[in-house]
Design a protein around this ligand. Structure first.
Ligand SMILES: Nc1nc2c(c(=O)[nH]1)N[C@H]1C(S)=C(S)[C@@H](COP(=O)(O)O)O[C@H]1N2
Ligand SMILES: [Mo]
Length: 225
């Protein structure tokens, strides 16, 4: 099992987890169309997805209340600079605004989300991964984890976000700070971001250990695996 904070994952909705684990075992929503790692010409909706206008909330049933005053982002493992940013430190970094689409593995997609925060490129330039670092584990305040390879996260459209559509991220959507990695299914975008570990080897996070794909590219339909 995952390393958890006492009392946190203990309160998760086991039924919800069982359902999603069964979807993985059943290969739910797979169309067999997925092949290309990018959107083919003129196509914006990945295979098996449907467009929504609202913004659904998905998590383990626990929504930690983290005030910006208490929030910290720590870094561990194979980096030169083991930072621990307060919210103030984080807001003092160069800021970016990025518009991107969300694709959730449960089948919904939402276009044109305007995020504000700190680009992952800037974050990486500050922490400076050591040559041996090949993968990251993102940790949320709810005990959630998700893994990503360093080359996958190191993209222009990935950011550590504090705002959506000009407003601070709400608690339910992972405020005060979450990751946003639009080219992968949204489960890779950790809410209530708390810690980022740099590892010499990619290993499964919470959903990846329960039948979900290690990379999660929606264009390749990497839902399960
Ligand atoms: N910390 C944390 N991050 C998380 C999750 C979670 O349970 N805990 N759920 C993931 C999943 S499965 C999805 S689809 C998105 C949902 O983000 P939203 O609730 O803002 O739509 O968050 C991802 N990040
Ligand atoms: Mo999800």
């Amino acid at each position: 099992m995952d390393k958890t904070e006492p009392g946190m994952l203990g309160k998760i909705k086991q039924k919800l987890i069982d359902t999603k684990q069964k979807w993985a075992a059943d290969g739910r929503l797979l169309t067999g169309e997925g092949a290309s790692p990018q959107a083919p010409e003129g196509r914006r909706l990945p295979p098996g997805q449907r467009l929504v206008k609202d913004w659904p909330v998905l998590d383990l049933g626990v929504q930690p209340l983290v005030s910006p005053r208490d929030w910290k982002l720590s870094v561990g493992g194979a980096v030169e600079n083991l930072i621990a940013w307060s919210f103030q430190d984080f807001m003092a970094q160069p800021q970016v605004e990025i518009v991107s689409d969300i694709h959730c593995v449960t089948g919904w997609s939402r276009y044109d989300n305007r995020w504000q925060g700190v680009s992952i490129k800037h974050f990486l330039s500050v922490v400076r991964p050591k040559p041996g670092a090949t993968a990251l584990m993102l940790h949320g305040h709810d005990g959630y984890t998700t893994n990503v390879r360093l080359e996958t996260i190191d993209q222009d459209d990935v950011l550590i976000a504090h705002s959506w559509e000009g407003k601070p991220l709400t608690r339910e959507h992972g405020g005060p700070v979450r990751l946003v990695m639009p080219r992968k299914y949204f489960w890779k975008s950790a809410k209530w971001l708390k810690h980022i570990a740099f590892l010499d080897k990619d290993g499964p996070g919470f959903w990846e250990a329960r039948g979900y794909h290690m990379d999660g590219d929606p264009w390749r339909e990497e839902r399960y695996g």
